[in-house]
Ligand binder design. Structure first.
Ligand code: TYD
Ligand code: MG
Length: 456
């Protein structure tokens, strides 16, 4: 790379805004003191797949799809879209300490057990530490295993190890620790991360090497990191969960080889991550029958329906601005539902503190939980329990109507599978979905009808 092609530039480490002079505050994202000086090279921008001859589309498609590798961890296979496509590059992001290294080590242990050569590069832990963890996770080490470890941060040496060992799988933990000697900027800065990742990806494609990159993100997503890599890699997985809870959710954010918004559910145990194949049972285990303020809903994550308990507590407020606190549910939607309740159900909430909790530490992002949240609030306010064995789902509109949600058939099946007796669901314009046996399905057109039906 010739020196003339390099130019000095200041980059906001928060949002990647570029400027030719240093700025105290980023004009784009407003963060203070976020600019660092970096050397810009022309290399990072080039196309990764350049240089391939034209091929017939049908032939390409069969080649890519034909040989997915089943990783042996069902929840991971699910989020990857039914197994890992060889030669793909996967970015695994998440907050520090959430369990990324653990997941990766377990996964690599599985595929090395299947007879694949695996190279794990760690810039965060020493090989001794990783070995100790692998022992605890029960990864087989017979002395002949093809699981190679290196504590390394220099990109040039990582590239050399890959060409010498020619592994099938390369894992880099984490991409923030990798240093490319050609660049002057510090490890973890945006140009280092992008250049290192781009070079690893470029190296992997012709070899058919599958690459796993780990990237840390903070809650606000402010530290330079995975976000700038999302367009470079094939698949982006985020590992998330509440610190106080043992449950971890692996979420597909981008996938060139499968659907997105699919989730995998894990539990962090003393012996590593355990898959939860039946999440509904977990999120409902602590359900006490018929308690005021507790409602079961069926939410959908990707293509997977899950039964979840929503809890509400409404209590008298001693504050000028009553509290509206929600864990696992959007605060703006909660404010909207409170207003709908006041207007269309006549519930008086202006002098009440309201707390919403999604049991189990799950975060619900779809509006199908609206109806359950609103009914939980009313149930807690009036001290009247919702009948046991009942689930509700539906989006609530501003005029108090209950709106249809996607895939209600799958939701009803899940409710029936877990032995619920009754589901209150949105009116679907006369279209009756096939109702599973043993499950009573009732349509509610608006929140008033729903509240009356539940005796609230
Ligand atoms: P780790 O995989 O190191 O997180 P990350 O790579 O995302 O920073 O996991 C960190 C946490 O997981 C740590 O607090 C300890 C916990 N843990 C267990 O509870 N059980 C286990 O078997 C392992 C390996 C880790
Ligand atoms: Mg780690």
């Amino acid at each position: 790379m010739s020196k003339e092609k390099m130019k000095r530039i200041y980059i906001c480490q928060s949002c990647n805004y570029r400027s030719f002079k240093w700025l105290g505050r980023c004009p784009d994202c407003g963060v203070w003191n976020s600019f660092t000086e970096e050397i810009e090279t022309c290399a990072s921008g080039i196309s990764l797949n350049a240089g391939g001859c034209p091929e017939r589309m049908s032939e390409i498609a069969t080649r890519a799809e034909g040989c997915r590798i089943i990783t042996g961890i069902k929840e991971l296979d699910r989020v990857l879209g039914g197994g890992l496509v060889p030669g793909s590059v996967v970015l695994l992001g998440g907050e520090p300490g959430i369990g990324k290294s653990t997941l990766l080590l377990q996964f690599l242990g599985h595929i090395s057990g299947l007879g694949n050569k695996v190279l794990y590069i760690s810039g965060e832990e020493s090989p001794e530490q990783i070995r100790m963890r692998a022992e605890r996770l029960g990864i087989e080490m017979g002395g002949k295993e093809d699981f190679w470890l290196a504590g390394e941060v220099m990109l040039e040496r990582i590239e050399r190890y890959v060409s010498e060992l020619s592994p099938m799988f390369l894992a880099v933990d984490s991409i923030q620790t990798v240093i490319c000697e050609d660049l002057e900027s510090a490890a973890g800065s945006i140009s280092q991360i992008r250049e290192s990742a781009a070079r690893l990806i470029r190296m992997s494609k012709p070899r058919g090497l599958s690459v796993f990159l780990i990237g840390h993100v903070t809650k606000e997503g402010v530290i330079a990191g995975p976000r700038v890599l999302e367009h470079l890699v094939d698949t982006v997985l985020y590992f998330e969960g509440e610190r106080g809870h043992a449950f971890r959710i692996l979420r597909t954010v981008k996938n060139r080889y499968g659907p997105t918004h699919e989730i995998g559910v894990f539990e962090m145990t003393g012996a590593g991550l355990r898959e939860i194949v039946n999440p509904s049972e977990i999120f409902l285990t602590s359900r006490s029958e018929a308690v005021a303020g507790s409602v079961v809903t069926v939410c959908l994550e990707g293509t997977r329906p899950m039964l979840v308990e929503i809890q509400a507590l409404v209590s008298r407020s001693y504050l000028a601005n009553p509290r509206r606190t929600s864990t696992g549910f959007d605060a703006n939607r909660l404010a909207m539902l409170v207003a709908v309740g006041e207007r269309h159900l006549g519930t008086v909430l202006y002098d009440k503190d309201i707390f919403i909790n999604v049991a189990g530490g799950l975060r619900i992002i779809e509006p199908a939980a609206d109806l359950a949240v609103l009914m939980a609030i009313v149930s807690s306010l009036k001290g009247i329990p919702i009948p046991g064995g009942t689930a509700l789902f539906g989006e609530v509109g501003l005029t108090g109507e209950v709106r249809a949600v996607t895939m209600s058939g799958a939701r009803l099946n899940e409710a029936a599978r877990l032995g619920l007796k009754c589901c209150l669901i949105p009116w679907m314009g006369g279209k009756q979905s096939d109702t599973p046996k043993g499950l009573g399905v009732e349509f509610v057109r608006d929140v008033k009808v729903c509240a009356e039906r539940l005796g609230l």
